[in-house]
Design a protein around this ligand. Structure first.
Ligand code: BEZ
Length: 212
């Protein structure tokens, strides 16, 4: 059965481009992004891993550790990393997991046989400090991911984990957020001192609570 939101992200021990890791230990008490790519030495993946490396400070600022994964070997990953660094002008500093026996890909349902029997699709899992799966997105091999969107959803997940708010369509850090339906309007007014704008009894906005 495939993983669902709220499930514990399966732990694993694996070899990576940076040596052996225990996944949960590697994440520690912070957030994690685990993402699969179809294969080493492929063009879209080269740009994705380069983009991830270029966003290292953004992930660190959010206390997020990233790991990539494919069914290639650690030796292959390390050869490919040299190409990524050269062509994308970055320094890949995060581990790429070697999942040659596909055990991790299977645990995370990253192989979709109707897309490919052999390779992992582009799955991306965001894992919270409690090691639970908070979000997953799956793209086909032919479409590279939007890493600005990945950062945006991390911002939303981290905000909504700490405040009784939800984020509206296309929300970005700093914009107004929605008061969750479970809170009565009179309680919301007390809870959100920056103000509550009531559009409908079920549609109420407040300024982002953790912003000055
Ligand atoms: C790529 O990463 O470039 C790729 C992989 C498989 C199919 C198409 C593109």
């Amino acid at each position: 059965m495939s993983l669902r939101l709220g499930d514990i992200a399966p732990n694993f021990q694996a070899n990576t481009s940076l040596g052996p890791i225990d996944f949960h230990e590697y994440l520690g008490s912070g957030w994690g992004v685990l993402f699969s790519h179809p294969a080493d030495f492929t063009p879209v993946c080269t740009t994705e891993l380069g983009r991830t490396a270029s966003l290292a400070e953004e992930f660190a600022k959010r206390n997020v550790k990233v790991l990539a994964l494919s069914v290639d070997s650690a030796e292959s990953h390390n050869k490919w990393i040299a190409d990524i660094n050269e062509t994308q002008h970055v320094n890949v500093g995060f581990p790429i997991v070697a999942d040659e026996d596909k055990s991790i890909a299977n645990a995370y349902d990253m192989i979709h046989p109707n897309a490919s029997e052999t390779f992992t699709v582009r799955s991306l899992f965001i894992i919270g400090p409690d090691k639970k799966v908070k979000l997953f997105i799956t793209y086909p091999a032919s479409t590279g991911r939007n890493f600005v969107e990945v950062l945006r959803v991390i911002d939303s997940l981290q905000l909504t984990a700490n405040y009784s708010v939800a984020t509206p369509a296309d929300w970005k850090e700093g914009e107004d957020v929605i008061v969750v339906p479970a809170i009565k309007t009179e309680d919301a007014i007390a809870k959100f001192p920056k103000g509550v704008k009531v559009i409908k009894p079920y549609l109420r906005y407040t300024p982002q609570p953790n912003k000055d």
